[in-house]
Design a protein. Sequence first.
Length: 362
Amino acid sequence: MEFIEDIPTPNLDNVTMHGPFGKKLEGTLCITGHHILFSSRTEHHEELWMLTTNVDTVERKLNGPSGGSVILKCKDFRIIQLDISPLEAFNNVATSIETLSSFEDQTKFYPFFFRPNYPILEDGWTVFRPELEFSKLLQGDEWRLTYVNSDFQVCPTYPRAVIVPKSVDDEMIVAAAKFRDGGRFPVLSYRHDKGSVLMRSSQPLTGPSSRRCREDETLLKAVIGASNRGYIIDTRSSAVAQAAKSRGGGFEVEIHYPMWRRVHKPIERYTAMLDSLTRLIEACNDTSLSMDRWLSRLESSNWLTHVRDTLNCSCLVAQCLDKESASVLVHGSEGLDATLLVTSLTQIILNPDCRTVRGGPD
């Protein structure tokens, strides 16, 4: 049986579970290789069925020599407390969940062990076809699907197939990728119905000497043609972008990208957002707070500041695409968290397909 050595106490009775909003249940806890199960065994049969990978952190709180509380802080923002005795069972349960929720070997994840008890109608590994999924973006003769990253050697964080201007060949793509942090060269994210396009990438590696890459310049020039102008929305402040040059990064130098206007709309890095989110969740789970104290904790978490800054940046991008019919390239440093957040929200603002299950008008 898989994972048996990691679960010294697979079943335990007389466990008390404190769920969200102070809900308290007594029942049986069961731990499998991939799930945490809790059943109250009552008439209504209230239970918890949760993947261990949903657990973000495990905290232990001793309640004396008889046992303690295992506090599970989950990735869906729930905080679940399990009161367990005796002490040996308490330690066994906490250690098991810590181990099972933090596997680094992906082959131990649940999808590799799932065995459906129903006939499979379609192979999930082949159901996604880039040609079909990207068909709306590929309308016209300006864009093409490239498999230059089929082996993930050009950019390890991009998919095998991405959309690029048709006039730019794969050799130029490879050269442009070497000029971008992490190989994240400009790719198409969204094509607006007015003809403007939304691109994403990472920062250019201009460095202290403001070096250039003609292939990257050609790629961006091909995005907007010969007459239109575009915007580069940098999710860093001007000072942070300037400081990045000393570390080998930087930003697009205007003399080399004359058709693009750079605009800085700072968004905090994900570490600051995670810290704010943690403080917000802690405030939400503190039921002893008065209204004034709750509002004070909300303000001090800075979470609403992050929400405001992100929405402001996304709305600016949406206005450039829709009101000015101008193409936009979004990037920060690595072109990961903030960049993807802004491009995703922009599509939700502009594209009905992103706001409904089947697409089309709301």
